[in-house]
Design a protein around this ligand. Structure first.
Ligand code: ADP
Ligand code: SF4
Length: 697
């Protein structure tokens, strides 16, 4: 296959100051949970994107000085020469594939409390920490501003020495430089506050000084917000932004434009669709003749082409689409657009940064595993034998196992009980806002359709006897899990209705099966991720009075990690759903739900006629257990190898099911040292002698 000429424009080189990108695919800076803590994992992951065709591959936010540090959120750093060595790991790998490497220089200001370095954070005033730590910043005086400019310059020089091609001045996302620009927040009485000219002074100085330091060889980019503050979706509040932009339009070599509202800029697909920044971008290209990049969770090459042709942007910026499919550009280039693994907009990737663990992705199970497991997103290890594999269950785990096994060259039979593959994603994608989750199924179904060695049997519920009758050499059970009607009270699963009452409760499976409540309904959420809120919305749309109750202190508490909790809560409030926090459900008699406060134990009543229990799940491992039972619980007595994967093994997020299916496929017939299953990226103390370090590794 060859490239569709319609997409030629995406492969047109573009000059950015002193450098030229080979195409328009631009991986904008994005966090990874790796940064300065896990540089080898990071370098391999970024290199993979370059291999997949991205013309520019950037770092995450790159701290310029120890007084800007964000742990537990892991940034990169350019504090000293050892950081140059770590960065070189990445730039070498990026350059090896003809891509440009970009470094985003960052100073956090009031967003970073510096709890690792214990340095006092600097900002324009003595501001409270913006993310809730009980710390304030020091108001910068003239000497602090001089220090900051020097640190920025030194970091830029280190970036150049580390062979970066693009160096960013980062002036958005509520960090220090954004505060200087802010007409409300910046109340300084000196030449850095007051008029627009004064508020832009520091950024202008940094652009000039960065160009002076590295501009002979590196392009200087500015990351800037096109709107003034978080507004309603699609309704830009530009204020004086356009004037500011006009003032600086010709200064840098590249503009990386985003918006103040994180929830739209990197909104989950439940609320934000592809190309959502376009309304905010309308003035940008008319004001500057410098190249412009922006994001929009672009996965469709047609949308990308349209954005460039209509003059919205010059470069297709992407974080998530490059995570879900590092080979997205290569696939468009090869005319293999159907094979793109489209991002579903779940933001599980972002949770790595929130929790301080390496990045992972729902769609791409190899993300973050490039170095420590040697996994490649497009290449599988060839099969190690001729055996046939039976996969039972066509949910995310079973589909990914079948796809990856098929790619290894195995003959695979996939048996699915229902009329369609997809399992939980098929069901969840029909809930409000969740339609893009179907991409988990679509990508794998499409890939399987091109594999003559994989056969799919639908409406094929298999018993243990059926499994034996297939005569496979390897059997993997991916039969998922079902939602429970009980709750976990901290010690055990317990029902909230008495058996004799004749009262029943609903589960999420009931709702997804179309068995719906009638009348006032409580959604009781102990799961804490997205499903409770989504089901509350679904029932509310049916016209019923809905109360959302949870023992957690926030709505959909875990969505704090995927940067959507504020959005979820405001959405439920807008829908008129009542919210009850920090209360656990004790009992339900069909008319009254009895709740107990998590702190005082005090009970209270809510009058509802139905309850949907969004609590925990029970593994559907009946088939697995039956097969083991038939062999006296000794797998060695079975005529095939037996394994279980995904929710059938341990219920978890979709990303975990995909990972588990992929891992099964990779490791079938490969000896794995279960005692040391992966490489550990961490600071190595090197050789020691008599308690002394011999080298500074
Ligand atoms: P996971 O997330 O682990 O992939 P899912 O619950 O999404 O799990 O999918 C499990 C799939 O297994 C469902 O599509 C279900 O219909 C199917 N299934 C369950 N039991 C059997 C069985 N005995 N034979 C065939 N398919 C089964
Ligand atoms: Fe997209 Fe989800 Fe993967 Fe992030 S984790 S890149 S949002 S599919």
């Amino acid at each position: 296959m060859t490239r569709d000429p319609r997409y030629d424009i995406l492969f047109k080189p573009l000059k950015i100051g002193p450098v030229t990108t080979k195409n328009r695919f631009f991986q904008v800076p994005h966090c990874t949970g790796m940064g300065f803590i896990r540089p080898r994992m990071l370098a391999e992951m970024r290199g993979m994107k370059a291999e997949g065709g991205w013309g520019v591959v950037c770092t995450e936010y790159n701290s310029i000085h120890p007084s800007s540090e964000d742990l537990k959120h892991v940034s990169s750093s350019l504090w000293d020469d050892s950081d140059i060595r770590a960065s070189r790991l990445m730039t070498d790998k990026v350059h090896a594939h003809g891509a440009l490497a970009g470094a985003e220089l960052w100073y956090g200001g009031s967003r970073s409390a510096n709890m690792m370095t214990r340095e006092v954070a600097l900002d324009l005033d003595s501001l409270p920490n913006a993310v809730g730590h009980p710390f304030q910043t020091r108001a910068m005086d003239k000497s602090d501003i001089r220090d900051l400019r020097r640190w920025h310059r030194k970091a830029a020089l280190r970036a150049k020495e580390a062979e970066f091609d693009i160096v960013y001045v980062y002036a958005t996302h509520g960090y220090l430089l954004a505060n200087f620009l802010d007409p409300v927040r910046n109340t300084r009485g000196d030449e850095y506050g007051g008029s627009m000219e004064n508020r832009t002074r520091l950024i202008r100085e940094l652009i000039e000084e960065t160009k002076d330091a590295v501009g002979d060889r590196c392009a200087v980019a500015v990351r800037f917000a096109a709107d003034e503050q978080a507004g309603e979706d699609g309704k830009p509040i530009t204020g004086e932004r356009r004037d500011m932009f006009e003032m600086m339009a010709h200064m840098p070599d590249l503009w990386d434009i985003n918006i103040a509202n994180y929830d739209v800029e990197m909104g989950v697909s439940r609320f934000t669709k592809e190309g959502a920044l376009e309304p905010y971008m309308d003035f940008v290209k008319s004001v500057t003749d410098k190249p412009v990049v922006t994001v929009g969770r672009f996965t469709s090459p047609d949308t990308m082409v349209s954005q460039i042709k209509r003059g919205v942007t010059d470069l297709i910026g992407a974080a998530r689409p490059s995570i879900a499919d590092p080979f997205l550009p290569a696939k468009i280039e090869a005319g293999d657009v159907n094979a793109i693994r489209e991002c579903i907009g779940c933001n599980i990737c972002y949770s790595g940064d929130s929790i301080s663990v390496p990045i992972r992705c729902t769609q791409n199970p190899t993300m973050g595993e490039e170095w420590r497991k040697g996994w490649h997103p497009e290449k599988m290890n060839p099969k190690g034998g001729d055996g046939r594999v039976l996969v039972v269950g066509g949910g995310p785990a079973g589909l990914e196992a079948a796809r990856a096994l098929g790619k290894r060259g195995y003959d695979v039979i996939l048996a699915e009980a229902s009329r369609q593959v997809g399992g939980r994603v098929l069901r969840e994608a029909s809930l409000p806002g969740m339609s893009e989750y179907i991409r988990v199924k679509n990508y794998r179904e499409q890939q399987l359709s091109e594999m003559p060695n994989v056969e799919i049997f639908l409406e094929s519920f298999l018993s243990a006897q059926d499994v034996h009758a297939v005569g496979a050499d390897h059997v993997v059970i991916a039969t998922g899990a079902n939602w429970r009607a009980e709750r976990f009270n901290g010690n055990e699963y317990t029902p909230v209705v008495t058996n004799s009452s004749g009262v029943d409760v609903f589960t999420p499976d009931d709702i997804m099966d179309g068995k719906l409540p009638n009348g006032p309904t409580m959604i009781y959420d102990e799961d804490g991720y997205y499903l409770g809120g989504v089901i509350a919305e679904k029932i509310r749309h049916l016209g019923h009075d809905v109360t959302y109750a949870t023992p957690a202190d926030a709505v959909s508490k875990w969505t704090e990690n995927t940067s959507e909790s504020w959005r979820v809560r405001s959405h439920l409030m807008t829908l008129g759903i009542k919210i009850v926090l920090s209360k656990s459900l004790q009992s339900f008699d069909g008319q009254t739900a009895m709740l107990a406060c998590e702190f005082s134990g005090q009970t209270s009543e809510v009058n509802v006629e139905n309850i949907v229990m969004v609590t925990q799940r029970r593994t559907n491992d009946t088939l697995y257990q039956a097969l083991l039972e038939g062999a006296d619980r000794d797998p060695g007595k079975l005529p095939f190898t037996l394994a279980r994967i995904g929710d059938c093994d341990a219920p978890a997020i979709i990303a975990a099911a995909i990972y588990s299916g992929h891992r099964y496929a990779r490791e079938l017939d490969v000896p794995v040292d279960v005692d040391e299953p992966l490489r550990h990226d961490r600071t190595d103390v090197g050789e020691t002698k008599d308690g002394e370090y011999l080298q500074n590794a």
